[in-house]
Design a protein around this ligand. Structure first.
Ligand SMILES: [Zn+2]
Length: 363
């Protein structure tokens, strides 16, 4: 997410794909049942109105409504300032380890409903530890939710701990310390989020070096709201193995060729790109250019309820942009498996599930 570039020219939900009243098309039905993996989705940014209502009920002193219907209105953003206000009010509801556990488990429940079988969830421990939740309690809460989600919901969660770039080197140090010293079992990667303008990737090199030395994969956001040079910086300075967004890569044919040649995947989040105005309209989205250049693209939802979307909607958007049928959508789903940090046996199993589902379609 890139808050400074947020599109404040229209109400958020007014033109959301979720608002369309068309009956579920065949392709939408295929997408809904398709086993999926998601690689770019944020923890607090995944708090749906239902989850926010549950958190608000735990903290009656907050100004956030507890009724899901009132919350749908509450989540209809009037402008950028209102979006920030709502986002921060949700952050303010995560006050103790039980809130963290509840949020994490309930996010997995929303994923299970979309047939998401595996997700690398971007978690920002610094947001919670700076608010007084002890680091060990935070880690225990997400790990407890992760194990329960796997056995009870069939959703495998893994973590990407990310540095909130706007909070600078203090946040970088704290995030690296928690990642390397506490090293939760589910942690697979290390990220960098927040604004890109005025936040050069290179300043975080020492922290990424430590995380990589500890065995974590490097997955920074880059090229979401700034040009292709930021993606090059993420590759050379932070040794990125995958790029969060990478939208502006399409402006640099050499970069696209480099990403394709080295099989460095992009985590593309189409609706988020429109909401944050990284891209003006969906018709202008460079997804097809990326695919045509041979880049391994994955489809993701970023902060789904905040942007009025979910992963199924994003696959539908990608299918329209790329003119895909069911087999084409299944190939995108397999890209996410390939680009994930699952072990090879887990990759083979989920790929086989996708193939079996596709071969049996239409049911
Ligand atoms: Zn993001």
């Amino acid at each position: 997410m890139a808050l400074p570039a947020y599109d404040d020219s229209r109400p958020r939900h007014a033109s959301s794909p979720l608002d369309q009243e068309d009956p579920l098309s065949d392709l939408d039905a295929f997408i809904a049942g398709l086993p999926k993996a998601e690689l770019h989705v944020h923890h607090v940014g995944s708090a749906s109105p239902r989850i926010v209502a549950e958190l608000a009920a735990r903290h009656p002193d907050s100004a956030v409504p507890t009724d899901p219907e009132a919350l749908t209105d509450y989540f209809t953003f009037r402008d950028f300032a209102h979006f920030i206000q709502v986002y921060l009010s949700v952050v303010d509801l995560i006050r103790d380890a039980q809130d963290v556990r509840l949020l994490t488990y309930e996010v997995a429940r929303d994923m299970a409903r979309q047939n998401i079988r595996y997700a690398e969830l971007t978690v920002t421990p610094y947001s919670s530890t700076r608010r007084g939740i002890p680091d060990a309690a935070f880690v225990e809460a997400i790990e407890d939710a992760r194990k329960a989600a796997e056995t009870e919901l069939g959703v495998v969660l893994r973590w990407c701990f990310d540095i909130p770039g706007e909070a600078g080197l203090t946040a970088a140090e704290e995030t690296t310390r928690i990642a390397c010293d506490l090293r939760p079992e589910g942690l697979v990667s290390f990220g960098l989020g927040g604004p890109e303008i005025g936040v050069p990737r290179g300043q975080f090199k020492p922290y990424f070096d430590r995380a990589i030395a500890a065995g974590l994969h490097s997955v920074p956001h880059a090229g979401e709201t700034t040009g292709p040079q930021t993606v090059w910086d993420a590759l050379t300075e932070l040794r990125a193995e995958r790029i969060g967004h990478g939208t502006s890569s399409a402006q640099d044919p050499k970069l696209l060729a480099h990403l394709a040649e080295h099989r460095i995947p992009l985590e593309v989040c189409p609706t988020s790109n429109i909401a944050t105005r990284a891209v003006r309209t969906l018709d202008e989205h460079p997804l097809k250019q990326m695919v045509d250049a041979g880049v391994l693209v994955t489809i993701n939802s970023d902060d789904p309820p905040m942007f009025g979307t979910d992963l199924c909607v994003e696959y539908g958007v990608a299918a329209r942009l790329l003119d895909l049928d069911a087999a084409g959508v299944a190939a995108l789903a397999k890209n996410a498996v390939e680009a994930s940090f699952m072990d090879s046996a887990a990759k083979a199993a989920l790929t086989a599930e996708i193939d079996d589902y596709t071969a049996a379609w239409p049911r």
